[in-house]
Design a protein around this ligand. Structure first.
Ligand SMILES: C[S@@+](CC[C@H](N)C(=O)[O-])C[C@H]1O[C@@H](n2cnc3c(N)ncnc32)[C@H](O)[C@@H]1O
Length: 222
């Protein structure tokens, strides 16, 4: 890349980071953790596809603020389970933000060994309170033994499948928070064929056509 285009890219990234931190402000300690996470992600992105390359110039708004906005919807939650964490959204970002909260623990469930290795390294460099489970989601949620306050997922599966993944944890008292795109209404219509749910919908703070679906109670239709 030529020097002028490199500095233009850096300027775009700076503006994006400032925008993200305005949308979802964090403490200085959390920002330092997130900076370490972003540096690691950019290093690994060269060899492992962790996020869509087209989203890299807007990493802070598209991925980090998108993840951070979940915190206000579960302000007292300490134990989180993030399903299909991939490159760490929203799980690693939440873990960075909750690092100072006593008792906070974020479980990251990922079946891809390379991505799980990245997640472990991200936790190491950020010292975030988190555990990586290299596992199929079904195997983990069915035998979940401890407390869980919140279950999250982003870009993992259609909503009716996410509800099926989350059901055992919601039955144990967790609130489900799913980050969804513009087709949320159609996905909700499909979901109600299989599940009795009373979802709440929140528009994404990061703009675009995104929505957050919050569900407190899940019952399978017979
Ligand atoms: C499209 S990526 C999204 C990653 C991240 N949540 C994000 O928003 O950037 C979906 C991730 O879920 C993982 N995944 C899909 N199905 C899974 C399953 N049944 N059990 C565990 N991980 C799964 C994939 O390996 C992949 O890393």
């Amino acid at each position: 890349m030529k020097r002028s285009s490199t500095s233009a890219a850096l300027a775009v990234a700076e503006v994006d980071k400032a925008t993200a931190l305005q949308l979802t402000p964090v403490s200085r300690e959390t920002q330092e953790r997130l900076d370490r996470y972003v540096a690691l992600l950019l290093e690994w992105q060269a060899k492992t596809n962790l996020v869509a390359p087209s989203t890299l110039p807007h990493l802070w708004t598209r991925h980090i603020a998108d993840s951070l906005q979940l915190l206000d919807l579960a302000p007292d939650a300490k134990v989180w389970v993030d399903l299909g964490s991939g490159g760490g959204f929203p799980g690693v970002v939440l873990a960075c933000a909750l690092a100072e909260r006593p008792g906070a623990q974020i479980h990251l469930v990922e079946r891809n060994a390379k991505k799980a290795a990245f997640l472990r390294e991200a936790i190491r460099v950020t010292r975030a309170p988190s555990v990586v489970h290299l596992s199929e989601i079904g195997d983990i949620v069915e035998k979940w033994g401890g407390r869980v306050d919140c279950v999250t997922a982003r870009a993992l599966a259609p909503l009716h499948q996410l509800i099926g993944f989350a059901e055992p944890l919601v039955k144990k008292g967790a609130k489900a928070l799913f980050l969804k795109g513009q087709d949320v209404e159609a996905e909700l219509t499909e979901s109600t064929k299989y599940w009795k749910i009373e979802p709440k919908l929140y528009p994404s703070r990061t703009g675009g056509q995104g929505w957050i679906v919050a569900i407190d109670c899940i019952e399978r239709r017979s």
